[in-house]
Design a protein around this ligand. Structure first.
Ligand code: C2E
Ligand code: CA
Ligand code: CA
Ligand code: CA
Length: 281
């Protein structure tokens, strides 16, 4: 029994070792990816539920690694956050998404009023130069603040406190819109929510998914939607996959939807075709 126990430890160490090795390799590959333009942005449509009109896109990062193939952001974003690389990656995302938006504005006219939603990690918010960087990107790309929406997760908001409120106010002063992302996943103190200058609340996919399981789940989404409206926020439902979900969400007064029912995240070229199609009479 003793040697068996020992053997298990050896095995465990081996696993730990391999895990660490994989992470270290992934980290250096992540640095390499940034320098060699292996990242690409995909764009997922966000639609007005009332008439399915295209209102904008959420920019979602993709990593195509020559050796490993496609790697999901669910796998590499946490690592990028642990290593601090997320700041450089986030800078790239911000610039790329704004450049893309500007090129669509030039092509289709600013009157299309497309909004570009961009995910911001907590590390980016903590950096002292976030506002300077944003000003620079807006100036360089010629995008107006009111065309971009920064998505900040509920847990990031709740972690940071006063400093974040001050930063968010500076962003709002540039007319940048702010979304609270993955709402319902974290541990919001609801009484605290009104202190943040947020424009949009994104209901986490898990709640949208559960709505068909029973009335109490619908009531939760109704309550979140009412709370948001009370605080002058619009509501985006994430992960909408069925018409039934749309029907319920509309009846609850939820304004916007995002999910596979409307569209998967699209390459820039495919997103461009979607914009063109949305402008047809
Ligand atoms: P998120 O911000 O909550 O993004 C929404 C995720 O849900 C995306 O996954 C999207 O593809 C997926 N999704 C959209 N509609 C549906 C649906 O109907 N059903 C299901 N099952 N899933 C749907 P993705 O692209 O894999 O991104 C995962 C997460 O990675 C994002 O979650 C976000 O937290 C992070 N991420 C992605 N791009 C960036 C980025 O540029 N910066 C940062 N900081 N994080 C990013
Ligand atoms: Ca998001
Ligand atoms: Ca989300
Ligand atoms: Ca999410």
């Amino acid at each position: 029994a003793k040697s068996e126990g020992k053997g298990r430890y050896v095995l465990f160490d081996q696993e730990m070792y391999e895990q660490t090795l994989r992470l270290t390799q992934l980290e250096s590959e992540l640095r390499h990816a940034l320098e060699h333009q292996e990242f690409e942005l995909y764009y997922q449509p966000i639609v007005l539920l009332e008439n399915y009109q295209l209102s904008g896109f959420e920019a979602l990062i993709r990593w195509k690694n020559p050796k490993r193939g496609f790697i999901s952001p669910i796998e590499f974003i946490p690592l990028a956050e642990d290593t601090g690389l997320i700041v450089a990656i986030g800078d790239w995302v911000l610039k790329e998404a704004c450049q893309q938006l500007k090129s669509w504005q030039n092509q289709f006219g600013e009157a299309t009023n497309l909004k570009m939603s961009i995910n911001l990690s907590s590390h980016q918010i903590q950096k002292a130069d976030l506002i300077d960087k944003l000003d620079l990107v807006l100036a360089e790309t010629g995008v107006n603040g009111n065309a971009i929406r920064l998505e900040i997760t509920e847990s990031t908001l709740m972690d940071q406190g006063e400093l974040t409120i001050a930063k968010l106010s500076q962003l709002r002063a540039r007319n940048i819109q702010l979304s609270i992302d993955d709402f319902g996943q974290g541990y919001s103190s609801l009484s605290y929510l009104h202190r943040f200058p947020i424009n949009i609340l994104k209901i986490d996919r898990a709640f949208v998914e559960q709505m068909t399981e029973g009335n109490e789940h619908i009531e939760i989404v109704r309550t979140i939607t009412m709370l948001a409206h009370t605080l002058n926020m619009s509501v985006v439902a994430e992960g909408v996959e069925t018409q039934h979900q749309v029907d319920i969400l509309k009846s609850l007064g939820c304004e916007f939807g995002q999910g596979y029912l409307f569209s998967h995240p699209l390459s820039a070229i495919a997103a461009e075709q979607t914009i063109a199609a949305s402008l047809l009479p």
